[in-house]
Design a protein around this ligand. Structure first.
Ligand SMILES: NC(=O)c1ccc[n+]([C@@H]2O[C@H](COP(=O)([O-])OP(=O)(O)OC[C@H]3O[C@@H](n4cnc5c(N)ncnc54)[C@H](O)[C@@H]3O)[C@@H](O)[C@H]2O)c1
Length: 338
């Protein structure tokens, strides 16, 4: 088991992240007072959690709602959690976001230990302190910054993860590789891969927790996500997040090339990294105008202008607000209809 200290927060200092088969052994170090685990009902119970009181729920975006929040807060009430209690969030990103949010508002904030059980949650959502639920209109519209007391990424959980969910995690890992650390793609040991992703995200978040940097910063983590989110929206979420982001990464690379920013062969090199993980998968059948319109509703639009994350080369991202719609349309056509 690897142990690292991550300063994935500007205010709260460092928190430990344990990664590997058996990371849950460390749980006693991080619980105090009454404990309640909020657990994804699909996740098998590992022995270390056998005795811990738990509320089990069905994961997914439907859980990340005000109604889902109410159920979790009711469970906190029944368990009589007080200010000194500890919540364990055991599940993928949806359970982590929901339970983390509930912990952040219970008695104005009680401790949460994140126990991510999907690859995506281990490399991404459990790190960085963003918590939240969806509003009736928008994903993640209601939330807080609430860094965990610790993150225990026990890779034994991954044994039961469905292949599509694994691909979602790999899409984010390839994203880290092409934006920040190309050599990450050569790492063979999964624990090492997770550790390196956690370090990258930690550094970025520590420098720009609230995504206020004008250049670079946390927004760089959104590489591929502008078109990715648009594809999820126009397909009614029939495409998985990871595949949508992978297509979005290809569109971003095409825009980078059309603007003359990309080094030669960048698309091919990115494609090689994606294809090792079976990404992006089948081309989604979509109306390009609808995709373009959906990118304009992205939450990174400020003052009517979209912030695009593009690439100069592997490991050299840039942000720009100067991408004309015609360029986006051309790149969408090249990648999605080409
Ligand atoms: N807070 C952040 O910084 C942040 C970052 C990225 C994503 N997110 C959020 O994370 C969510 C996506 O996370 P996710 O992909 O983990 O989704 P998820 O929580 O819905 O989990 C995906 C699926 O895998 C199942 N599952 C989880 N662990 C399993 C296991 N060990 N074995 C078998 N099945 C298992 C779940 O029941 C679910 O069906 C989104 O809501 C997104 O908004 C948050």
């Amino acid at each position: 088991v690897r142990r690292l200290e991550v300063k994935a927060s500007t205010g709260a200092g460092f928190y430990p992240v344990h990664i590997g088969a058996g990371a849950l052994d460390k749980l006693p170090l991080f619980v105090a007072g009454k404990v309640l685990a909020v657990v994804d009902s699909r996740v098998p119970t590992l022995p270390e959690l056998g005795e811990v009181p738990a509320v089990r729920l069905q994961a997914g975006e439907e859980a990340k709602t005000l109604a889902g929040l109410e159920r979790v807060l009711d469970a906190f009430g029944s368990a009589e959690l007080d200010r000194d209690s500890t919540v364990l969030a055991v599940g993928g990103g949806t359970v982590g976001d929901l339970a983390g949010f509930a912990a952040s508002i219970w008695h104005r904030g009680i401790a949460v230990v994140q126990v991510p059980t999907t690859l995506l949650a281990m490399v991404d959502s459990a790190i960085g302190g963003k918590t939240g639920i969806n509003s009736s209109r928008a994903k993640n519209a209601i939330g807080t910054f609430w860094p965990p007391r610790a993150v225990l990424a026990d890779t034994r959980y991954l044994a039961t993860l469905p292949a599509d969910e694994e691909a979602n995690g790999w899409a984010e890992i390839v994203k880290y590789a092409v934006t920040f650390d190309p050599s990450l793609s050569e790492a063979v040991d999964l624990e090492e891969v997770i550790e390196r992703c956690v370090r990258i995200k930690g550094e970025i978040v520590a420098a720009d927790e609230r995504e206020t940097a004008r250049e670079g910063g946390r927004v760089l983590l959104n590489y591929g996500h502008t078109v990715g989110h648009a594809l999820e929206a126009v397909t009614g979420f029939r495409i998985s997040h990871g595949r949508a982001v992978a297509w979005g990464m290809r569109v971003a690379a095409a825009i980078s090339a059309q603007l003359g920013e990309a080094s030669p062969g960048l698309m091919e090199r990115q494609d090689a990294l994606l294809s090792v993980r079976g990404l992006p998968g089948p081309r989604p059948e979509v109306d390009l105008d609808a995709v373009l319109a959906a990118t304009r509703r992205d939450k990174k639009v400020r003052g009517g202008r979209q912030t695009w994350v593009l690439l100069r080369d592997l490991g050299r991202p840039l942000t720009t607000r100067e991408v004309p719609d015609e360029q986006v349309s051309a790149a969408l056509a090249e990648i999605l209809h080409g």
